[in-house]
Design a protein around this ligand. Structure first.
Ligand code: C2E
Ligand code: CA
Ligand code: CA
Length: 683
């Protein structure tokens, strides 16, 4: 038992470890054993049934033989005594008697006892049956005496000498033999059934249970694998959505990017029943200089802050996307102009970035689109055109897109191409506008203003070509070309003793930031023969605001060190901080025309007075621009403003005209509203 348990345990262990894929072999083996046992049981059953039937037949044949013996005796007796005809049927009975004997001794129910009984005992039954039959067969042919002897002998053998008893005993032996065999078979059957049950138990223990465990283990393994798969699927989904997010979003601001915008635009355009949409493209003016001067991190922070402000300008379900360095696109169902107005208002105040206040100037291109009219690419391209036009016009503008813009852009490009030749050929010429001492009306100096005598387009004012020059990087060359001509002309007029000139030269931000500014400027000054105090450089507020590049600051200091006076142009329109005014080596400020025009209006007067007081405190002289009326001039003088410039004294004039003007007015005391007319008359 112990051995069996240990074998079973080992087998169980071994089988538990088996390969799940080969389980079918174990099942097949186990089932074949079970089937073999069932087959054996079935065979035993059949044998039992067959043996039982055979035993019954043999026993009935045996019993019949006993009766046949009787019949033979009775028949012989009757035939001898009464009816000789009976001899005729005696043969049949004898034959049946012998057949019954032959059947019994050849039957499958056989045993040693029967063998002994029939063949090996002292008086074997087989011999006695044959003798009895042979005797009986002699009767029909025997004579009467012999017949009675034979008949007695038959009687005696059958009854007295025990043939009948022996036949009966044979039947009993057959019965007991059959019974013994059936008992043996039944035992065998019981053993087989027990064996089957035992095999079943064993198989359950060593095949089915371990197999079940293997299957369960495999199911658990599969379950774990499927859980792992589920987890990795979720991770994959996460990674996928992150990737999707990255594909569709700008990593810096988190806003949708260009490709996402295209999808939104496509959806908006394909929605036939959708409302008319406004699409707005915003680009910062001169974002590069913020990056260059304050660093890219600060530039990034500006963009992030800007993204937040833009988002606050529209509803949550409207689109705000960043499609390039400093370019943002908004899609909204609100009227474009209203939205543009709100955006402008949101950026009216300087933006607070990293505890610094930075004014942002931006250009805007906008348009309305209705479903199915355009494809997203051409919408963006058209907006790009509008934005470019807005920038070309000096920036800080909003431009509605219309189809003529394409022509305008085309002509702008042509203008840029023409500009190169224009600078070379001296087509850009300096015009001069007088600057008057308000105290006595005498000539103080002249501002030099650029004009382009375009061979095809005629006379162009700065607003028509300076943006193109800025965008094609030609501004520095334009300035130097104008300066050179202006200095040469001034020197000529000096030689002619018309005037000891003092000319104010406008300098674009690019020119002020140009690393070669000082060399080029001083070279020209020297070449012209003018003194340093005869030239003033006008710089725009935007050139000087906080955050602009170091080169500009170095150049400004260098110019001041060379004795060149610097004036801050357009004062009052920008955001120049007061502290900056004290830090820069300025000699004067130019009061913007927008502040002068409303004078002597009370509120305008307050601002002008405040500025004049401040300038006086800082030791800066003030030149009022756009003086058109004598009343304005008087008012400014009464407030302590030193100089005035404007149409009231003289419009910008081409060199010849200005020379004539000088000839007539250089030594005169002028009144606003008079001198200009004189000059115009002479031109
Ligand atoms: P700015 O420097 O403020 O020049 C004054 C502008 O006001 C001039 O326009 C001038 O014609 C105009 N103006 C003067 N008095 C009056 C007046 O009484 N009423 C009115 N309505 N306007 C008056 P302009 O010549 O068209 O020049 C426009 C701007 O272009 C200038 O503004 C200046 O910023 C720029 N600019 C002109 N020439 C040059 C140049 O050679 N170089 C650079 N960098 N910029 C230039
Ligand atoms: Ca100016
Ligand atoms: Ca100005």
């Amino acid at each position: 038992m112990q051995l069996f348990t240990s074998i079973a345990r080992r087998a169980f262990k071994f089988l538990s470890r088996r390969n799940a894929e080969r389980l079918w072999m174990h099942y097949a083996f186990a089932l074949s054993i079970i089937f073999a046992l069932l087959f054996a049981i079935d065979q035993v059953n059949r044998t039992i049934t067959e043996r039982g039937t055979a035993a019954k037949t043999v026993m009935s044949v045996g019993s019949n033989q006993v009766l046949l013996g009787y019949d033979i005796l009775l028949q012989t007796e009757a035939a001898i005594n009464d009816d000789a005809r009976l001899f005729q049927t005696l043969d049949q009975n004898i034959a049946a008697f012998e057949q019954a004997h032959a059947y019994v001794i050849s039957s499958p129910i056989w045993s040693d006892a029967l063998q002994n009984h029939y063949f090996e005992s002292e008086r074997p039954l087989d011999d006695r049956v044959r003798i009895f039959a042979d005797l009986a067969k002699r009767l029909p042919t025997a004579g009467p005496v012999e017949q009675s002897i034979v008949q007695r002998a038959l009687n005696e053998r059958y009854t007295a000498r025990g043939l009948k008893g022996q036949l009966r005993a044979a039947t009993e032996l057959i019965e007991s033999t059959a019974r013994a065999e059936i008992d043996r078979l039944s035992d065998l059957q019981a053993t087989l059934i027990k064996l089957s049950v035992a095999m079943l138990v064993i198989e359950i223990l060593i095949v089915f249970a371990p197999a079940q465990l293997t299957v369960t283990a495999n199911i658990q393994k599969l379950r774990k694998q499927s859980e792992r798969l589920q987890t990795s699927r979720e991770e994959l989904q996460d990674a996928n959505s992150w990737l999707n997010y990255m594909i569709n979003h700008d990593p810096l601001t988190g806003l949708p990017n260009r490709s996402s915008l295209m999808t939104s635009l496509k959806a908006a355009l394909s929605d036939q029943d959708g409302p008319e949409m406004s699409v707005i493209l915003i680009g910062l003016d001169d974002f590069k200089s913020i990056n260059d001067s304050a660093g890219h991190d600060f530039g990034d922070a500006v963009l992030c802050e800007m993204a937040l402000v833009l988002k606050s300008c529209v509803d949550d379900d409207h689109v705000v996307a960043r499609i390039g360095g400093d370019e943002f696109v908004l899609i909204s169902d609100e009227a474009a102009l209203e939205l543009v107005g709100r955006i402008r208002a949101s950026f009216a105040e300087p933006l607070e970035v990293n505890a610094r206040r930075i004014p942002l100037s931006m250009s805007i291109g906008y348009m309305e689109i209705s479903a199915g009219k355009q494809d997203p690419l051409s919408v963006i391209a058209d907006l790009g055109l509008a934005l470019q036009v807005a920038k070309n016009q000096g920036g800080n503008r909003s431009q509605h897109f219309h189809n003529q813009l394409r022509d305008e852009i085309g002509s702008m490009r042509q203008l840029q191409l023409d500009l190169v030749d224009a600078i070379k050929n001296g087509e850009i010429e300096p015009w001069f506008q007088p600057q008057i001492r308000l105290s006595d009306g005498t000539l103080h100096g002249a501002e030099v203003l650029a004009r382009w005598r375009h061979p095809k387009r005629g006379l162009l004012t700065p607003d028509k070509f300076l943006p193109a020059a800025e965008h094609s990087g030609l501004m520095v060359d334009v300035d130097h070309s104008i300066w050179r001509s202006a200095m040469n002309l001034a020197q000529t007029w000096q030689h002619e003793s018309l005037w000891r000139p003092c000319i104010s030269l406008n300098a674009a931000p690019d020119t002020i930031s140009d690393p070669y500014l000082i060399e080029r400027f001083l070279f020209q000054l020297q070449k012209s023969g003018l003194e340093a105090d005869q030239v003033v450089i006008e710089v725009l507020e935007t050139t000087l605001i906080e955050g602009k590049d170091d080169m500009a600051a170095i150049n400004i200091d260098s110019l001041a060190e060379c004795g060149i006076a610097l004036e801050l142009d357009d004062f009052g329109t920008g955001y120049a901080s007061l502290s900056k005014l004290t830090q820069l080596p300025l000699s004067g400020i130019k009061l913007d025309r927008s502040l002068v025009a409303p004078l002597p209006d009370h509120s305008a007067d307050s601002v002008v007075r405040a500025i004049l007081a401040l300038a006086g405190e800082l030791g800066l002289h003030v030149i009022a621009e756009g003086v058109e009326e004598d009343e304005q001039a008087k008012h400014l003088r009464s407030r302590g403003c030193a100089f005035g410039q404007g149409y009231g004294y003289g419009k910008p004039m081409p060199p010849d005209e200005f020379r004539a003007w000088l000839d007539q007015n250089a030594d005169r005391a002028l009144r606003a509203g008079q001198a200009g007319q004189v000059a115009v008359k002479r031109a």
